[in-house]
Write a protein that binds this ligand. Structure first.
Ligand SMILES: [Zn+2]
Length: 251
């Protein structure tokens, strides 16, 4: 089993990060950790260097930071990512967040930044991992306009119709540990073809118990739910999801 999206650099793990990774290694084949801003991405790069072969790295820019960095900061950050191109397997997470960002000018800025990271992904030939909280349609339109071919909608919890628009374009849908309490995720687990499904925890977030810290090995919940909802053997789910991850990220 593989967790395609986590944030193992976050302070939630400051006291026992090494132990968390040792425990995850006992159960999982690999974990992808994702840098969300310039400072976090430096930490993520260090953590990746210490755990090569198990930990894989994505670098991106979370939309909630849109107003916290200047254009110059972002230019430098994009150069930093380009310089480390050989160490990453994708650009993410990037996207839009209409749950936290309501101010029009901030939304506009977050869109511009999103597009600049999509341009980066094209330039260095990388897949993208998308954060589209309350913004799935806009996210989909933007990546189609930008002619992005390899993308995953992380923590997807939209309806069946939106899910179909996404997978019919050949984009992937990633379901998270919160699937146990999320009806839309359950519907997606049923309706999205297995060859376009991925599995994640978004650790330290989205734990099965609200407020508790999540850990990567909890991704087994997602495999179990997909298996149950599709009525397919869990071994088959593991095999196909591994193949999907290999196809998209080449790991
Ligand atoms: Zn995340």
């Amino acid at each position: 089993m593989i967790d395609i999206h986590s944030h193992l650099t976050f302070e939630d793990y400051d006291k026992d990060r090494d132990l968390v990774i040792i425990d995850a290694k006992k159960v999982l084949k690999a974990v992808i950790t994702s840098g969300v801003n310039p400072e976090d991405s430096k930490k993520a790069l260090d953590l990746y260097e210490k755990n090569k072969g198990f930990l894989y790295l994505m670098l991106g820019f979370h939309p909630i930071y849109a107003n916290k960095y200047s254009d110059k900061d972002l230019e430098q950050y994009i150069e930093f990512i380009k310089k480390n191109r050989d160490k990453i397997i994708g650009i993410g997470e990037i996207g839009l967040d209409y749950y936290w960002i309501k101010d029009k000018s901030e939304i506009k800025r977050s869109k511009e930044i999103f597009v600049s990271f999509l341009e980066l992904a094209k330039e260095i030939d990388m897949p993208v991992l998308l954060h589209t909280r309350k913004a799935i349609s806009d996210g989909l339109n933007i990546i189609e306009n930008e002619d992005i071919r390899r993308a995953v909608f992380h923590c997807f919890s939209g309806g069946t119709k939106l899910a179909r628009e996404i997978w019919e374009e050949g984009y992937y849908i990633s379901l998270a540990t919160s699937i146990e309490r999320n009806k839309n995720m359950k519907k997606a687990a049923k309706s999205v073809p297995l060859k376009l499904l991925l599995t994640e925890t978004d650790s330290p977030f989205l734990s099965r118990i609200d407020g508790e810290r999540n850990v990567p090995q909890n991704v087994n919940i997602v495999y179990r739910e997909i298996s149950k909802l599709k009525g397919i053997d869990i071994g088959e789910v593991e095999r196909q999801v591994s193949e999907n991850i290999h196809t998209l990220f080449n790991i």
